[in-house]
Design a protein around this ligand. Sequence first.
Ligand SMILES: *Cc1c(COP(=O)(O)O)cnc(C)c1O
Length: 484
Amino acid sequence: MSRPTESVVDGSKASFEVHPKDLPSIDRLLRQPAVASLVIEHGHTRVASEARALLDGLRTQALAGALQTGAVAPDALADAITLRVEHRLAPRMRAVINLTGTVIHTNLGRSLLADSALQHLLALMTSPNNLEYSLESGGRGDRDSIVEELLCTLTGAQAATVVNNNAAAVLLTIAAMARGKEVIVSRGELVEIGGAFRMPDVMSSAGATLVEVGTTNRTHPQDYERAITERTALLMKVHTSNYAVQGFTTAVDEADLAPIAHARGLPLATDLGSGSLVDLAHWGLPREPLPQEKLAAGCDIVTFSGDKLLGGPQAGLIVGSKEAVGRIRKFPMKRALRMSKLPLAALEATLMLYLRPERLTQDLPTLRLLTRPTDAIRALAHTLLPAVTHAVEPRFAVSVVELMGQIGSGSLPVEKLPSAGLAIAPLQKKGAGRALDELATAMRQLPLPVIGRVADDRLLLDLRCLEDSASFLGQLPALRQTLA
Ligand SMILES: *Cc1c(COP(=O)(O)O)cnc(C)c1O
């Protein structure tokens, strides 16, 4: 039985406590018109399951004497089920607006695919394709051959193969070349890439023994020479992509190390991490080593990522000599690390953009964003200033500021990218920290979440990566409502 309680839910009418046996049955709930139309749209399974979960929750509340009649009114129940179904069917992986100032942001999905890569994906993924089928012979083909010729053309390599990501490329290279044997690496190059990728651990996972030579800051040719024994299978260089050792330093570069390796009949591998196929200095950006230079310097294997500076999908690219790549390709682990048709199609289209290098800064989003002139970014900041001010006033003030962004994803960590954007600061000093948190949270919870960064008691929105300002402006009314 419902009993009157003292609580008044909406300030006008009295509410009553609901007893568990007053809750409707699932069947009755599903027959209610608003719920019945949900069933027509989504089917019985999903709607019944959400209705059951809702009723279970309400029953628990009712048993605790904490359920009021308002919550079990037919409209309220229908609304609650609709919300549950919508929430359940909303993807967890969502588009966001990256205003962090970091262009290749690992947590935000790294590189954006070029239009041509998207078109290629769309055309190929909804249709059978020649992934492993030779249109010439009518027999079985090799998925590697799809991008091998392109990679050889672009890097000057004799052979190339691709795997799931660069971590897999490094693991596979070490396993195929040096399982049960020793790999010599400089102490200055034992990197950890965010997460669980640490060079010493990768070595042991691959079944090879790491032999460290030199010191953190200085490694000399004799250090490598002295460490070579009959157990040595590989000399390896690792590009220190996410840190810089500065000051009294010396490292042995590939051109000096290759002759040492080759004189003893050993291969030399380099893990470049980012590995840009074009010289970024050409656009005034900090320089990253190119795979083609490392191959020309005598490396037998060079590995690099597909979704860092290359600007493509997640992939691990392995380029090098026929012999070394052949060995890697035949190693059984390769099958477990192979690329799927999805990124492979995107990779092919991305690599093709490099055949027309003059067009790269238009066609490849990563390079287009990295080379965006600061003047254009600042002008955008001035354009957006009034609308953003309107959305956050009266509690916050907005100004156009000069900012320093970064390339990201372990590329060139010490080099900053001059940029511009908006700084949003709480007007009241008291409780400023909480206000900033609230603002950042409100931005993250927008239909199209906006991700900025907090620094110096302000929320900074770096506009380098904002190309679609209309969709950003479209979020502002919702932001204003949340902050009001
Ligand atoms: C990023 C990086 C990796 C890992 O590459 P993923 O494509 O993320 O797997 C390995 N080595 C170096 C030096 C890197 O910078």
